[in-house]
Structure formats: C-alpha cells, structure tokens
Design a binder for this molecule. Structure first.
Ligand SMILES: Nc1ncnc2c1ncn2[C@@H]1O[C@H](COP(=O)(O)OP(=O)(O)OP(=O)(O)O)[C@@H](O)[C@H]1O
Ligand SMILES: [Mg+2]
Length: 264
C-alpha cells in the first residue's frame, strides 16, 4: 500500500475533520491523484452524506472487514471526473462481536484491500471525535496525522492533546489545519480571537494550512452550489502535501492582503 496514509483527528467534535478530509481528498484527486477516502467514524459517519452518496451505500468498511463483500462492492465514486473513491461506514457497528484488537486488524486489512483495488496514491481516513475505535484503527495504518483546530480554546487544547496521543501510536508526522479560520475576526483591530500564531503555539503542531470560514461550503454540503473560497484553500494544502512550497492563502488575494493582521 502507498506510504501516503493520513488520518484526520481531533478529540474535539465538530471542528471540521470530515470537511477537511473530504476537501483535501477532492483537491488531491483534482491534481490527478487516485485517492481512497475511508470513513472511520463508526459512531457518526457522514462522508456518504457530504458526497451526496447516501442512497448508494450497499456495503461498508465493516462489511469489507468481515469479508461479507469485495472492495469493488464497497467503494463509491462520487465524482465522475475524479479518481476519488469513498469507503463508507455504518453507525451500526457490525464488528462489535469480536474483540477490539481483532476488529482493528480486520479494519486495517479492509483499508489495504480497498487501496489495492484502486491502486491508491493517497489514503485518507476520517475519524470521529474522542478517542474512538475508529481512531485506533486508523492509527494502525496511518503514517501521518492531520489535526484540525479552530479558534476556540477547547479546540486548540484538543489539538495539543491529539498531537500527544499520535505520538503514543508512533505517529510523529503530524500537521495542523486551522479550520474554520475566521479572517474577519482575526483581522479586526483589537481582535478578541486567537490569532494564527496563538493557535499554532497552543496546539504545538506545525501548520499545514488554514481553511477560511466559508458559508458557501455549508450550503454545498447541503447540496447547493459550490464553495470556491475553501476549495482554493484545500488546493493549497494538497499542493503542500505534494511537496510544493505554496504561500499561505495563495489564490485568495483578499485574505492575503490582510496577512499581517492575521498573525497578531
Ligand atoms: N471552513 C468551514 N467553513 C464553514 N463551515 C465549516 C467549515 N468547516 C466545517 N464547517 C461546518 O462545521 C460543521 C462541522 O464540520 P464537520 O462535520 O466536518 O466536523 P467534524 O469534526 O467532522 O465533526 P464530528 O466530530 O462530529 O465528526 C459542519 O456543519 C460544516 O459544514
Ligand atoms: Mg466528522
């Protein structure tokens, strides 16, 4: 399997893990990469919904892990033009009758099989909030972790704790994505919001990128329109993962103009 296996995590819920995982998967696929996006949030899976594929799920990661279906039956392809494949999850935990170590190795094998099926160049694993079985299973296969935090003290603290937890799993290659980044709130004079530097400092995880708050993204997730602002930010992050040195907020001129204010 490819070395490019990344999990998305934060012990805090609702910080945008799934949004960032899908946004980045889409941007990598736009760069011509074959991407496997696996939903490892077994309590509250949502990637099938975010991709508009909820009526197409026949088999899940757990079914594949149990050998009930083949990878080709479980994988969904939400966008015709892109080599982005989704391995969906079910909140009915059909693996819970075996002990956790077995479940984790079965899930890890399922990801390997799915990745082999599409000859994936990137494997992205979305995990749920807290310290879940999905997180432990993702950590068993991932080489890197993307930790998501916003401006709130709770999400910054959670990012720091999640970074430490990654070390206990042997994952030392950790990256921070700030999401949703509040450009207006940070650029305002005497801003009360945590600045970009304060978020990086508080989390103790090196920055990979920042995704601005994008109302169009909220609507796009509900099936209406497209989200250009956040899409540009995801393209930047994808390019950095591919090894390119892309300036912060490249392609987002209105935000770049304010960049000095964003760090204060
Ligand atoms: N950059 C953004 N701009 C605007 N809204 C966003 C952004 N990122 C995430 N959101 C919104 O925040 C909410 C939570 O996002 P998401 O479901 O991705 O979080 P999560 O961390 O995966 O949650 P959970 O812990 O439940 O898995 C969603 O309604 C999503 O639309
Ligand atoms: Mg999620």
């Amino acid at each position: 399997m490819t070395e490019n296996v990344l999990l998305f995590a934060s012990s805090k819920g609702g910080v945008g893990k799934s949004t960032v995982a899908l946004g980045l998967a889409h941007a990598l696929a736009e760069l011509g990469q074959r991407v496997l996006l696996a939903d490892f949030d077994f309590s509250s899976p949502c990637l099938d919904l975010l991709c508009g594929m909820e009526d197409h799920v026949l088999c899940t990661a757990a079914d594949l892990a149990k050998g009930i279906c083949a990878p080709v039956d479980a994988l969904l392809r939400p966008y015709d033009a892109l080599e982005l494949y989704l391995l969906p999850a079910s909140h009915e935990d059909s693996l819970s009758d075996t002990d956790e170590a077995d479940q984790i190795s079965l899930l890890a094998r399922a990801v390997e099989q799915a990745a082999e099926q599409i000859d994936a160049e990137y494997v992205l694993l979305d995990t749920g909030a807290g310290i879940s079985k999905g997180l432990r299973a993702a950590a068993a296969v991932a080489h890197s972790a993307i930790i998501v935090a916003g401006h709130t003290p709770a999400s910054i603290r959670a990012a720091g704790m999640t970074g430490q937890r990654m070390l206990t799993y042997g994952i030392t290659d950790t990256h921070l994505v700030i999401n949703p980044f509040d450009v207006k709130g940070c650029a305002a004079k005497k801003s009360a919001r945590h600045s970009m530097l304060e978020i990086i400092d508080g989390a103790g995880v090196p920055l990979l990128g920042a995704v601005p708050y994008d109302y169009a993204l909220v609507l796009a997730q509900e099936g209406h329109g497209s989200a250009d602002l956040s899409a540009a930010a995801f393209r930047n992050i994808a390019a950095r993962l591919r090894g390119q040195a892309v300036p912060l907020f490249s392609g987002l001129p209105k935000i770049r103009k304010q960049k000095r204010m964003l760090f204060q």
